[in-house]
Design a protein around this ligand. Sequence first.
Ligand SMILES: Cc1ncc(COP(=O)(O)O)c(C=O)c1O
Length: 431
Amino acid sequence: MTFREDGHRAVEWAADYLERVGELPVLAQVKPGEIGARLPKAPPEQAEPFEAVLRDLDELLLPGVTHWQHPRYFAYFSGSAAEPGILAELLAATLNSVGFLWRTAPASTELELVVCDWVAQLIGLPPGWHGHIEDSASTSTLAALIAARHNTGRNVVVASEHAHSSVEKDARMLGMELRKVPTDDAFRLRPDAMELDDAAVVVATVGTTSVASVDPVPEIADRCAAVGAWLHVDAAYAGSAMVCPELRWAFAGVERADSLVVNAHKWMFTPMDCSLLWTSRPDEFRDAFSLVPEYLRTTDEGAFNLSEYGPALGRRFRSLKLWAVLRCFGREGLQAKIREHVRLAELFESWVRDEPGWELCAPPQFSLICFRREGSDEENEALLERVNAGGEIFISHTRLNGRYVLRLALGNVRTTEEDVRQAWDVLRDLR
Ligand SMILES: Cc1ncc(COP(=O)(O)O)c(C=O)c1O
């Protein structure tokens, strides 16, 4: 079998999958260990045809896939991959560029800078910021904390109690102290409760994980400026929504940030992984990371090595898939999808509000609805388990003010109004 024939089969497989993914159970209906037990314990001695891999993908692995590409995936923050991004991943693997120096990957390096600048324009950032791509928001924030510590010489990270757990994990990995700040009744960081005198960095969140609340970035920026603390903004989820001018109120003050992360793999329809990290202080950022041993020195004048801006040396050609998505959607295509998700979230919210026995638990924000059924925490948890076990939809939960709350997050490129109606029907039927 040749690469070309196997390739046709693989693309056929992908096209068939995307056509039928909506008929599969969203949440994998398997028990822990079940998939591993079906796989051979030892590697094959002899070469097998690629066809065997495709066959086992269907027979052995697919039952153990939770389908992020499913139009009724509403859990956590939905991250779906649009077709141009899927194809670009194949091409990136084909090229297998390893971008640690400009000369090892000139196109990858320069395209990465260009697409980050394109997205900066799309979401309304000031000109002149340096942007590059990391694997995840966890790594992007890790890099920001490193830059902050390097430049301030301080060791304290300040973030709200609703900041993503990656902030705490990053601080722990770095041996930095995390100071958690309480939030107001809309789950926003309270600037008056921040103690900043010895702070290296404040992480403000635009679109928190539990409720998509937006911290008051202008006030936080004022406080950071007063004490010389670094301001990092985590807009991993909501940042993509800034392509819509009517949602850009949420980015007020972000122009004063020292660094910012937005995950294109969350709400910009780009395959996992693709986390965009910008800094308004490129020289200071580079200063924290640049370390060029003799064997990596080159004579390329004006060359830009992205490995000097973050933890990784070898870097994938991630910009190709984002470039493909941006070109095949355009600003208008991205806006249309995001506006539709926000509209559907508002529709779902109105159903919850109007239905006796159901309750909204937080001000609805962007494409996330936090709600619960009348009754105890245990009853709501049992409802979530029933709903997810049915396989028609997949939702997740959080805890707000100590209470168990259901979350329905829209963001999948394939979700329609029909899917959201089905979600509501399932929830009401199984209540
Ligand atoms: C606000 C926020 N920040 C950071 C993260 C972590 O993202 P990643 O999985 O890319 O590390 C998440 C994940 O949902 C998030 O919601």
